[in-house]
Design a binder for this molecule. Structure first.
Ligand code: COA
Length: 205
């Protein structure tokens, strides 16, 4: 998951071009989910090789509070927060998110308390895998009692925005940040049906 996150973290392209330390991408957008919410980590695999994943937090506010206590301290020595964050410096921004995760908390948390991230390697895209991963996330979030899930996507990432529309998400009003927001109410009685098949499974056991 770390490898895939780094390889796709710049709107589907490698984060190595935009970060001095590309590992930061995975430290913020992939690995904390394995530690804090492993039951909502899904991977797509073929013959034992993982080529994509989706991760989610059931309750974003609680998730970031735990992150602050359980995840951020691990980076105090290796990736300390900058005293002053340069908004044009992607490394600075991610280090700030690592140490102050509530910066990533959006609005409309009563209706959409959950959030998710999804990333597939380029060779795995366009074959319905993303849809199956999201169906798995939607189903398990609904089963866990979430009324809705939201996410932020870069304005320039129009392909991902089309994907979210195709998977039943709708655009939400801006929260004042740079990202375009999408959300989807989750109705426990009408949760999307997960297809049978071996290629999408929970990540950690
Ligand atoms: C966005 C992403 C997860 C989509 O996964 P995918 O497996 O390629 O999507 P699927 O094949 O399941 O497509 C599902 C639907 O979305 C549509 N869709 C997917 N990608 C699309 C694109 N780039 N442009 C237009 N529509 C798209 C498909 O046409 C399909 O619609 P249909 O079922 O009505 O035909 C994947 O492309 C990806 O990982 N991209 C790079 C990382 C990224 O941008 N992540 C999101 C960051 S917010």
């Amino acid at each position: 998951m770390h490898r895939i996150c780094v390889a796709t973290g710049d709107a589907g392209n490698s984060a190595t071009a935009i970060l001095r330390d590309p590992r930061l991408m995975a430290y913020v957008f992939a690995e904390p989910y394995l530690l804090l919410q492993p039951e909502l980590v899904f991977v797509a695999e073929w013959r034992g090789t993982v080529f994509g994943y989706a991760v989610a937090a059931l309750n974003s506010a609680e998730f970031y509070a735990r992150w602050q206590l359980e995840w951020a301290p691990r980076f105090a020595g290796s990736h300390p927060a900058s005293r002053r964050v340069d908004p044009h410096d992607a490394d600075d921004e991610l280090r700030s998110c690592l140490h102050h995760p509530r910066r990533m908390l959006s609005i409309d948390l009563d209706a959409y308390p959950s959030h998710l991230h999804i990333n597939l390697l380029a060779r795995a895209r366009g074959q319905g895998v993303g849809r199956r991963l999201l169906d798995a996330v939607f189903t398990d979030l609904a089963r866990a009692g979430s009324p809705g899930v939201q996410l932020g996507v870069r304005a320039s990432n129009t392909g991902a925005q089309e994907f979210y529309r195709a998977t039943g998400m709708t655009r939400l009003p801006s929260d004042g940040g740079l990202a375009v927001r999408f959300g989807r109410p989750l109705n426990t009685s009408r949760a999307p049906v997960r297809e049978n098949g071996p290629s999408v499974r929970h990540g950690p056991r």
